[in-house]
Structures are given as structure tokens and as C-alpha cells.
Write a protein that binds this ligand. Structure first.
Ligand SMILES: *Cc1c(COP(=O)(O)O)cnc(C)c1O
Length: 399
């Protein structure tokens, strides 16, 4: 089938929840993707921060193939070795004590919200606890996750939300403190806001939130679904701040293509939170997902992914900074590690149009919010890929 035929068929049968770009991606290798016509694309999106190891990683593919031939699924009513290996490795790298595997990021958020509410309920028996979330946050599309997502456009058609979630301004400690009361059971936020436009938490804000939570007996839920798993240059972005969450959500790169997420918690939270019968998932953390997470974490170490992110992100930052200086339409640059964004003056240039031109020229990028273009390459990117990206991007900026 030609690309055009596939696209036309897709338009007939898929629900129109995405404005898809008119290409059909067929296969990938390392930093590159190929469409059905064989056209090559340099990938600086990584399936939205998913494919950290790059495409067609042989070690990863072989591990998954072996697991497919052995056992794909059993119920969570039984133990499975790959899943327990994954849990051991994931608790070790996060510093958390216990994990529940989910199939997506949004489900990890649902679990985190339930865990926080149950913890508070166990302590005082009341059923009207509040959670504080942030404006411009993104936590997913299911009703609980959407209720914590500070974006009116995403929420409004689906009202009412789950209730008792209040919104403060990210990086404004006073605005959070103003919402705290005796019913507050948790604060949920991304360590680096992703969809909201690549906003890292200020160190002062992050430490203030941790202190506030400690002082008032509130649980801190950090959503590292996008910024975690090495993307920031540390395994988890909260490590940059010297704080630890009480509940942590991960997904995206934790499976590197196999749909898996997780929420994790400290033993202190686990002791007074979800117990048998409170939560479950048919697929969550099945042997295939367990094998994926376990292998990803091994490969992060073997391939020195963190060192690479630290080195290459410095170079990426410097090259993006050049673009800021060269172009009036680019107002600035922010980010952490290989999660970077360029902020545009939308009067002078359209980020959406630039992303489209880049695609035509063989570079995959994605926007964040209305005025930011995001750079989220696979974490195996080298400085030569940054140079190749900058060259195409520069050409496409000019139109
Ligand atoms: C992508 C994302 C989610 C939702 O994950 P899904 O797997 O799409 O449900 C939640 N939080 C953050 C920060 C994300 O980037």
C-alpha cells in the first residue's frame, strides 16, 4: 500500500483525536525513523520521550523476543520473575520501596491519587480530602489524571472533574501555601513541566514544597513520566533538587516502547495505603512488561546513558543558545538535560509551521503548548546528531 492509501484508510477508521502528520512511519534504527517510501528522518521526539535507547536496539529486542516465546501474560494473582526483577531494579534506581505497575502514564497517576487519598483516609477516616495540583500541568487523559491537569481546554467538555483538586501556580510557593488546609492530603506536580512548555521547578520552590509537605503531613507526588528515566541527566529529575517524593509516577521511557508505567511509594506511605482489594490491573506489569522494564534498566547502565545525557545535553544547550542569539523570533531557551525547549515569539514565527517544515526536511520534532518547540531525542543521541538537527532546523527557521 502507498503512504497515501494508508493515510486515507486511517482517516476512515481512526477516531479523530489527533491531527496526524501525513507520513506513515515504518521502521527505525538508532536515532532514525523511516517512512513507507523509505525516506529517512532524524528523530528528536523519541515517540514523546519514550524511545530512550533508540530504535531497533538488538539486546532489547532479543530480550523481548525470548520473553514472548516463554510467557506473555499471567494474572497478577501469581508471581512472575521478570516483573519482580523489574520491581527490584526500579525501586533501587528511584529510591522508593514499593511499586505497582500500570499500562500507561495516566493509570500511574490514577493509582498515585488513590494511594494518597487512601493514606489520608487511613489516618483520619474522612472522605473529603483535597489535592493541590499546578496550572499548566499535564498528567494524562483519564478522568482522575485529567482532573489534576491544569488546562481548561482539556477539562471543560468533560466536566465535572473528580472534585477536591485545587490549582496553584507552578514555581510560586505562596500560591501553594494559600491553598493548604486541614483537608489537603497531597500535592501533585511534574518536576519539569513537559506539555506545559518545558518548565523546570525552581530549586527554591521544590525545596519549599518538600518542607511544606513535611510540616503539614502532606504527601508529595512527583510526576516524572516525561522528565524521569535519565532524561534530565540524572536518573530522576528530583535528584537535582536534593528532595525525595513520597509517591512517584513513571511511564514513557521506563518501557521504551512496551506500554508500561508505574507508581511507586515509600514504605511509610505503603504501610497505610492500598491493600488487597483496593487496586488492580489485568495487564499491569505482566511478564512482557516486566521483561521490558528490567532490560531497559540494565541497558541504561551498560550503555552509560546518564553520562551520555550529561555530555550531549551541554552541547545541545550551547547550540540552542546560538539559535536564540541569531533569531529575533526565538525569545529564549529552557530545559534540563535532553528535555529542552525553544520559546518563540508567535507574532514572528509559528512553532507548528516550523515543525511541519522540519518534517518535510527529514527532522522529527514536536511542540509544547502554543509557543514552544521541544527537543526530546533518544538518550543515545551524540553531538553529531545535534549538529545534524541544528543544520536542518536552521534551514527550516528561515522558511
Ligand atoms: C505523557 C504524560 C502523562 C500521561 O501518560 P500516558 O502514558 O499518555 O497516559 C502523564 N504525565 C506526564 C508528565 C506526561 O508527560
Amino acid at each position: 500500500m502507498s503512504m497515501q492509501q494508508v493515510i486515507e484508510e486511517g482517516e476512515q477508521v481512526l477516531l479523530h483525536t489527533y491531527n496526524r502528520y501525513p507520513i506513515v512511519l515504518d521502521h527505525g534504527d538508532g536515532m532514525y525513523l523511516y517512512d513507507l517510501d523509505g525516506k529517512k528522518y532524524l528523530d528528536f521526539c523519541a515517540g514523546i520521550a519514550v524511545f530512550a535507547l533508540g530504535y531497533n536496539n538488538k539486546h532489547y529486542n532479543d530480550a523481548l523476543k525470548a520473553q514472548v516465546d516463554k510467557l506473555l501474560h499471567t494474572s497478577n494473582y501469581y508471581y512472575s520473575e521478570p516483573t519482580i526483577q523489574a520491581a527490584k531494579k526500579l525501586t533501587a534506581v528511584t529510591g522508593m520501596d514499593r511499586v505497582f505497575f500500570t499500562n500507561s502514564g495516566a493509570e500511574a497517576i490514577e493509582g498515585a491519587i488513590k494511594a494518597a487519598r487512601k493514606f489520608a483516609y487511613t489516618h483520619d477516616g474522612s472522605t473529603d480530602h483535597e489535592i493541590i495540583a499546578m496550572h499548566h500541568s499535564f498528567h494524562g487523559r483519564t478522568m482522575g489524571a485529567l482532573s489534576a491537569t491544569g488546562n481548561e481546554k482539556y477539562q471543560k467538555p468533560f466536566m465535572p472533574m473528580i472534585g477536591n483538586i485545587r490549582f496553584a501556580d507552578f514555581n510560586d510557593l505562596k500560591s501553594v501555601k494559600a491553598l493548604v488546609n486541614d483537608k489537603t492530603c497531597a500535592i501533585i506536580m511534574e518536576t519539569v513541566q513537559g506539555e506545559g512548555g518545558i518548565h523546570p521547578a525552581d530549586p527554591y520552590f521544590m525545596r519549599g514544597i518538600r518542607q511544606l509537605c513535611d510540616d503539614r503531613g502532606i504527601l508529595l507526588i512527583l510526576d516524572e513520566i516525561q522528565c524521569g528515566m535519565g532524561r534530565s541527566g540524572k536518573m530522576f529529575a528530583f535528584e537535582h533538587y536534593g528532595v525525595k517524593p513520597d509517591i512517584l509516577t513513571v511511564a514513557k521511557a521506563v518501557g521504551c516502547g512496551v506500554p508500561v508505567g508505574a507508581f511507586l511509594m515509600t514504605e511509610r506511605v505503603a504501610k497505610s495505603s492500598l491493600v488487597a482489594g483496593d487496586h488492580g490491573s489485568t495487564y499491569g506489569g505482566n511478564p512482557l512488561a516486566g521483561c521490558a522494564v528490567s532490560t531497559v534498566l540494565d541497558l541504561f547502565e551498560e550503555n552509560h546513558i546518564l553520562e551520555n545525557v550529561v555530555n550531549v545535553s551541554k552541547y545541545l544547550s550551547a547550540r540552542l543558545e546560538e539559535l536564540v542569539l541569531e533569531n529575533d523570533c526565538i525569545l529564549g531557551h529552557r530545559g534540563l538535560g535532553l528535555m529542552q525547549g525553544l520559546v518563540f515569539d508567535t507574532e514572528l514565527a509559528s512553532p507548528g509551521e516550523i515543525v511541519k517544515r522540519c518534517l518535510d526536511n527529514g527532522l522529527i520534532l514536536i511542540t509544547a503548548g502554543a509557543d514552544v518547540i521541544r527537543f526530546l531525542p533518544p538518550l543515545i543521541a551524540g553531538t553529531e546528531h545535534v549538529d545534524e538537527m541544528i543544520e536542518i532546523f536552521r534551514k527550516c527557521l528561515k522558511g
